[in-house]
Write a protein that binds this ligand. Structure first.
Ligand SMILES: [Fe+2]
Length: 306
């Protein structure tokens, strides 16, 4: 056996360099539907920190994802047929993806910073309140070899980001790692509602580039087939997490067996916001109270539902 570092990661808190030691109650153990949170395994934590992305295959059953797939198809083919409040990637049957137990387990580990303000206030998460926000949702319905003159670069090769550990606060595309703990700020969860074949249109990553200290030599990644690019295949119903700090790119969907049908939800810390998007107020009102905390106002001090 290798020697292990402490099970309690040491992270400096705000006051005089004291360690941040959140209580266990700072991490919700169930989601807004009462389902137990699925924690990441040590191997999954290691893999995400190493690469900047993590695939969890086969999370959703066919019964769960059938209506979600229909919702996304409808959203792209005939949005006016959907009630206005549900006309987004978090509407209708897709609402439960926003705080799926596997997603909450991931965000608790890699996005939520259980910051406390000493004796003044506890951590910014509780059994009723998530320690992270859903910043904005998006979705894709992409048939094979689609050309879209109206939307340039749709489905094309567009590498961006990288070097998240070298970026300053305010950038959002940041990643910080310490022995036993790591935090990604802007973080994407992609729900693949159809199968993805390797090299035929899934998201591409330059693994490890969220930590890279040197600029990426452009000639090394301008070819989609460069060995620096990694990708994945997966069955329908898988979820892909990635830090926006890692170099990544969409690619051209060439799989003629099925279109890409995917939900892209972007998460953030509670004190920061990337986009101007807000959920439809009527949709928000009908959500369970704990799910509503994903969309609470953007600030840190005492921003917790007890
Ligand atoms: Fe991106």
């Amino acid at each position: 056996m290798f020697p292990k570092y402490s099970d309690t990661p040491f992270v400096l808190d705000k006051d005089l360099g004291r360690p941040q030691l959140p209580k266990a109650d700072a991490y919700c153990r169930t989601n807004s539907e009462g389902r137990p949170i699925v924690e990441l395994t040590p191997a999954q934590k290691f893999a995400f920190d190493l690469r900047g992305w993590l695939l969890v295959p086969g999370v959703l059953s066919e019964d769960e994802m059938g209506p979600m797939r229909e919702h996304i198809e409808q959203l792209h083919a005939n949005p006016d047929s959907i009630p206005e409040k549900d006309r987004s990637a978090i509407g209708g049957p897709c609402a439960s993806l926003t705080d799926h137990p596997v997603l909450v387990g991931f965000m608790n580990e890699f996005v939520y910073n259980p910051f406390t303000d000493g004796n003044k206030s506890g951590a910014i998460g509780s059994q009723n309140c998530y320690g992270f926000r859903l910043d904005s949702p998006n979705s894709q319905y992409r048939p094979a070899n689609e050309e879209s003159p109206e939307v340039p670069n749709k489905g094309k090769f567009v590498p961006h980001n990288g070097s998240g550990m070298m970026r300053l606060p305010g950038d959002h595309h940041t990643y910080h790692a310490f022995p036993g703990q790591a935090k990604s700020i802007l973080t994407r969860a992609v729900w693949e509602l159809n199968p993805v074949k390797k090299g035929m249109g899934g998201t591409l990553f330059v693994s490890g580039s969220h930590k890279s200290a040197f600029p990426t030599p452009e000639e090394a990644i301008t070819d989609m087939n460069s060995p620096f690019w990694d990708t994945y295949d997966c069955p329908a119903g898988s979820v892909l997490f990635f830090s926006e700090a890692v170099t990544h790119s969409p690619s051209v969907w060439t799989n003629a067996d099925n279109p890409r049908v995917a939900v892209f939800n972007l998460y953030n810390i509670v004190g920061s916001k990337w986009s101007e998007w807000e959920p439809h107020p009527d949709l928000l009102k009908e959500m369970p109270a704990q799910r509503q905390t994903l969309f609470r106002p953007v600030y840190v001090n005492r921003n917790v539902v007890a």
